[in-house]
Design a protein around this ligand. Structure first.
Ligand code: DGY
Length: 324
């Protein structure tokens, strides 16, 4: 079987795939250019792709023999799953293994923006720390505040568990309400978006990107947030209207934001770069050695199962493909 792997994998995982497949792979640690992917996909049986690859009809038409698309990532908005399904191709992702790492980075952003950690670091490095003073570098308390979680799936729930350690009140909203016992265990109260936005000190986004969630946080939603509130986004950039966010931050109609993802990633709305009430990370939610190794292993297992004609462990469209 021939497979194309568009991003760098740990050597051991790559070796496992190469033991049974002829591998074309991008060994560099940067995205494979679209043109190269389009050229190299021809004649492939399997594709292990990165979240930076757009897997659309144009690409799929070049690989009529493709038997499996294994995404290296839990978010799969980069893949036209419907187009793959129409061509009978299973699509997989990597759920679960990056839950804790992403929840951790969410909390890192809450703490960083609330307590002005990055600004304080810059100030100290610039040798501007000359005295201690009672009103110096005042931030916003995290402990005891209200955290609004939009999207209470695996990652949202992992964030709620961490928030319990900070004695936070938890509101959540999302497509589905959790069972009573889960709400109770997480000490989380279901709220509509309007209530959540109006009452939260920290609003954290954990929804997938799709038509329903595109610009879920727009100018109107930002207007509903309190001037003391912070927005945290570790989900997908286009969930937030970044231009509207930039305006809200400039006007201080919200207190700040912590962002790991961007609407036009890797581009960042230029206005954000000069603001001191925003902390910006380069999409590193799952970037720990442990998590990325597990993601690679999971993507490889999905790939190999698909090539063998078996149901891949993390298939997104199996039921639709086989009408179960
Ligand atoms: C994912 O898996 O969707 C993440 O965004 C990668 O960090």
């Amino acid at each position: 079987m021939n497979v194309l792997i568009t991003g760098r994998l740990p050597d051991a995982v790559l070796a496992d795939i190469a033991s049974t497949c002829a591998v074309a792979s991008n060994r560099a640690d940067h995205p494979m250019p679209r043109e190269a992917v389009l050229q190299q996909i021809e004649g492939q049986d399997g594709l292990l792709c990165m979240i930076t690859d757009t897997v659309d009809a144009e690409l799929l038409d070049r690989a009529p023999g493709l038997k499996i698309i294994a995404n290296f990532g839990v978010g799969f908005n980069n893949i036209d799953v419907a187009a793959a399904t129409r061509r009978g191709i299973p699509v997989t992702n990597t759920p679960g293994v990056l839950t804790d790492a992403t929840a951790d980075i969410t909390f890192a952003l809450i703490l960083a923006v609330g307590r002005r950690v990055v600004a304080g670091d810059r100030y100290t490095r610039d040798s501007r720390f000359q005295f201690w003073a009672p009103f110096h570098f005042l931030g916003s308390e995290i402990s005891g505040k209200t955290l609004g979680i939009i999207g209470m799936g695996r990652i949202g729930q992992a964030v709620a568990k961490r928030a319990a350690g900070f004695n936070m009140t938890i509101l959540y909203s999302g497509r589905r309400r959790l069972p009573g016992e889960t709400e109770h265990a997480l000490n989380a109260t279901y709220a509509d978006m309007e209530t959540l936005l109006a009452h939260s000190d920290y609003v954290s986004l954990h929804v997938p990107l799709n038509e329903q969630t595109h610009h879920l946080i727009d100018a109107a939603a930002l207007d509903q947030m309190r001037p003391e509130a912070f927005l945290i986004n570790t989900a997908r950039g286009p969930v937030v209207d970044e231009a509207a966010l930039c305006t809200a931050l400039e006007n201080r109609s919200i207190a700040g934001a912590g962002l790991d993802v961007y609407e036009h990633e890797p581009a960042v709305t230029p206005g954000l770069l000069s603001l001191d009430n925003v902390v910006l990370l380069p999409h590193v939610g799952s970037a720990t050695i442990e998590t990325r190794t597990k993601m690679a292993r999971m993507a490889a297992d999905n790939l190999l199962a698909g090539l063998a004609g078996q149901k891949p462990p993390n298939c997104l469209n199996w039921d639709t493909l086989y009408d179960k």
